[in-house]
Design a protein around this ligand. Structure first.
Ligand code: SF4
Length: 328
């Protein structure tokens, strides 16, 4: 049986003033119905480009230079905005960060939720408004609050409205692009809990994009760590947190504050994220990697499978000893 979503060898380039840079490079993964996957990395790692490509929302200066995205076994026309319209919101929906910018300030929220039901599902206004009320209840907002304008709601409530809008056309996949970034810690936890509940209630697959690894710990089954446009580690949440293989994953975990052991502050990872126009040779992480060896500066590590997990690092290759010997 084909997975719900299959991304194979996907590469996307951005062109700016005649200069092209590769934002994502040979990204491959599959997503099953009802599965929750976290896509984690620093800004510029390619996580948002991956998600926008899947939703057919790439910016006009982006070009798909390789690979494909299949939904239920059928290739999606991800570069063709008009051809993607029947799919977007009906099969794959996006919850963006910063709901205040995404909502229309002059329309009542009930109208904004009813609109996709009318446009996409062809519902008459009365039916769409009734469905919008049900969707509000589903995300924990009393239906009679539907008359409110966005500025009359708290940040957490607005994000709930965004989730209701994303669910309006009964999609199978929800992409959350840093959906809790602008919220305080308690509201963040409530929104993540809501997404988890909706996921099991509606059998939704969830792709959660975040720079914060701790966000995925509670809400996801699997984590994919991205660096410089590539997935560098992919495994279950339990595996990644208990036994991270990639040095970058290890540093990401170490950077999470943990008051229980006296680590109160986020410890930033030393060095800067790479410049994608001038990408480091070999393993792109080598200038920042505490475990870098000679071959790391010259050889791109392959993305190897270890049981159910995958990692791209010369420290974890069956033929690693030969390669190290050859470069000694
Ligand atoms: Fe570090 Fe080398 Fe592994 Fe890259 S391949 S993460 S530089 S050890």
């Amino acid at each position: 049986k084909a997975p719900l979503l299959e991304v194979s060898g996907l590469s996307v380039d951005y062109g700016l003033k005649g200069v092209s840079s590769r934002a994502i490079d040979s990204v491959s993964f599959a997503l099953r119905a009802g599965e929750a996957v976290g896509l984690v990395g620093e800004s510029g790692s390619g996580k948002t480009t991956t998600a926008m490509a899947i939703a057919g929302l790439l910016s006009p200066n982006a070009r798909v230079s390789g690979g494909q995205v299949c939904y239920r076994g059928n290739r999606l026309p991800i570069e063709d905005d008009a051809a993607m319209r029947p799919h977007r919101w009906s099969e794959t929906s996006v919850v963006f960060q910063g709901a205040m910018n995404a909502l229309n300030p002059v329309h009542r929220i009930i109208k904004q939720i009813a609109e996709p039901c009318m446009l996409k599902l062809g519902m008459p206004r009365g039916e769409a408004t009734a469905r919008a009320g049900e969707l509000l209840e589903l995300v924990g907002i009393p239906a009679d609050r539907g008359a409110a304008y966005p500025h009359e709601l708290s940040g957490g409530m607005r994000q709930r409205v965004m989730i209701a809008m994303a669910l309006a056309c009964r999609p199978s996949i929800i992409i959350g692009d840093e959906p809790t970034t602008a919220l305080d810690v308690i509201t963040q936890a409530q929104i993540l809990k809501l997404l988890g509940e909706l996921r099991s209630q509606l059998n939704l697959a969830l792709i959660l994009i975040t720079h914060d690894l701790s966000v995925v710990a509670e809400s996801c089954d699997r984590v994919m760590i991205m660096y410089a446009g590539r997935i560098v580690e992919d495994g279950t949440v339990a595996e990644i947190f208990a036994k991270p293989k990639h040095p970058y994953t290890r540093l990401l975990i170490d950077s999470i504050p943990n008051p229980a052991n006296g680590k109160k502050m986020i410890r930033p990872i030393p060095g800067d994220p790479p410049n994608l126009v001038n990408r480091p040779s070999g393993c792109a992480f080598h200038p920042r990697c505490p475990s870098a060896m000679g071959l790391c500066a010259t050889d791109v590590p392959s993305f190897d499978k270890f049981g159910r997990s995958r990692v791209a690092c010369h420290l974890h290759r069956s033929s690693q000893e030969d390669k190290v010997a050859a470069h000694a």
